[in-house]
Design a binder for this molecule. Structure first.
Ligand code: ATP
Ligand code: MP5
Length: 277
C-alpha cells in the first residue's frame, strides 16, 4: 500500500517553507504527498511581502477531494492564517476521520514576529489543539499558548506540560529559537513521559522552513506506521541532515536542503552550506 500524507498549509513562493517544503519532505520519505492550500504568500529568504487567503470553503473542498478518494494516513497543518480557515479545517478533519493530525501552530516567526491575530490564536486553542495527535510549537508559540516565558530547559518542560492540558495527545516544544546550549534541543511530553530530543547543533543561519519540514516529516513517518515518539525522533534526524545541507541562496535566511541524498559531490560548489558526512 502506498502511504499518503496531506499538508494543509500556505504556499511559499521562495520554495523554502509551507507546502513546497512539505511536499519535498513527503517525497524524501517515499510518501505520496497531497495538499490543501490555505493561502498564497509572496515570500523570499528576506521576508513575507504579501499574503492572500483562500476562501475557507476552497480549503475544505481540497481536503474533502483528497480524503474521499485517495485516503489520508496522516496530515499536518501549517499556516492556517485566520479563524475562519481554522474552524473550517478543524471541522473537515473531524468529518473525514483524519486521526493522525500534526498541528504546527504557525503563529510567530523565529524572529518573534506575530503572524496571526488574537481571534485566530483563540480559535487555534479551542478548535485545533484538542484534535492534534502531535502539536509542535516553537519557543514563541509555546510562550503565547501557555503564558510561560521560556528561557531554560525547565521552562520548556513546564510549557510542554501546560500545553498538554489544552488537549493535544503529544506536545513537542521546539528549540530552534533557544540560545546557546539549548539551541536545537526539543522537549517531548505525552502526558506521562518527558523526553529531551537532541541531535546536534548545526551552525547555519539558513534555517528557513525548519518548522514546516519537521512537522511534515513527522506526518510522513506517521503515515509510514511509526508511533508518535518514533516519528518525532526520525523527523528530528531528517531536519538536522537537511540543515547541514541548507541552501545558501537569496539575501536572507536560505532554506534547508530537503534533497541532500541526491547530492553526490562538491556540495559547497552547488551553494550548500557545508558537506554533510
Ligand atoms: N541550528 C539548529 N541546529 C539543529 N537543530 C535546529 C537548529 N535550528 C532549528 N533546529 C531544529 O529544527 C526544528 C524546528 O524548530 P524551530 O524552533 O526552528 O521551528 P520553527 O521556529 O517553527 O521554524 P522556523 O525557524 O522555520 O520558523 C527543531 O527540531 C529544532 O530543534
Ligand atoms: C507559507 C508559509 N508557511 C509557514 C511558514 C513558517 O515556516 P517555518 O516555521 O518552517 O520557517 C512560512 N514562512 N511560510
Amino acid at each position: 500500500m502506498i502511504p499518503i500524507a496531506l499538508t494543509i498549509a500556505g504556499s511559499d513562493s521562495g520554495g523554502g517553507a509551507g507546502i513546497q517544503a512539505d511536499l519535498r519532505t513527503f517525497a524524501f520519505h517515499r510518501v505520496h504527498g497531497t495538499s490543501a492550500l490555505t493561502c498564497v504568500t509572496a515570500q523570499n529568504t528576506v521576508g513575507v511581502n504579501r499574503v492572500d487567503a483562500l476562501p475557507a470553503a476552497a480549503v475544505v473542498a481540497q481536503i474533502d477531494a483528497v480524503a474521499s478518494d485517495i485516503g489520508v494516513q496522516a496530515a499536518k497543518t501549517g499556516m492556517l492564517l485566520n479563524a475562519e480557515i481554522m474552524e473550517a479545517v478543524a471541522a473537515a478533519v473531524q468529518q473525514q476521520d483524519i486521526h493522525q493530525l500534526v498541528v504546527d501552530p504557525v503563529m510567530v516567526s523565529r524572529a518573534g514576529v506575530v503572524l496571526i491575530d488574537e481571534v485566530a490564536i483563540a480559535t487555534l486553542k479551542t478548535h485545533l489543539l484538542p484534535q492534534a495527535l502531535i502539536l509542535t510549537p516553537n519557543r514563541y508559540e509555546a510562550q503565547i499558548l501557555c503564558g510561560i516565558k521560556i528561557q531554560t530547559l525547565e521552562d520548556m518542560q513546564n510549557a510542554a506540560q501546560n500545553i498538554f492540558d489544552m488537549g493535544p495527545k503529544n506536545v513537542l516544544v521546539k528549540g530552534g529559537g533557544m540560545s546557546d546550549t539549548l539551541l536545537g534541543i526539543d522537549v517531548w511530553f505525552d502526558g506521562q513521559q518527558m523526553e529531551t530530543l537532541k541531535t546536534e547543533t548545526v551552525a547555519t543561519t539558513n534555517t528557513h522552513g525548519t518548522g514546516c519540514t519537521l512537522s511534515a516529516a513527522i506526518a510522513a513517518n506517521l503515515a509510514l506506521g511509526k508511533s508518535p515518539l518514533a516519528a518525532a525522533k526520525a523527523a528530528k534526524t531528517y531536519v538536522t541532515q537537511a540543515l547541514k545541507y541548507a541552501l545558501d541562496i537569496g539575501q536572507g535566511q536560505g532554506p534547508v536542503g530537503h534533497w541532500f541524498p541526491l547530492v553526490s559531490k562538491a556540495p559547497e560548489a552547488l551553494g550548500f552550506s557545508r558537506l554533510w558526512s
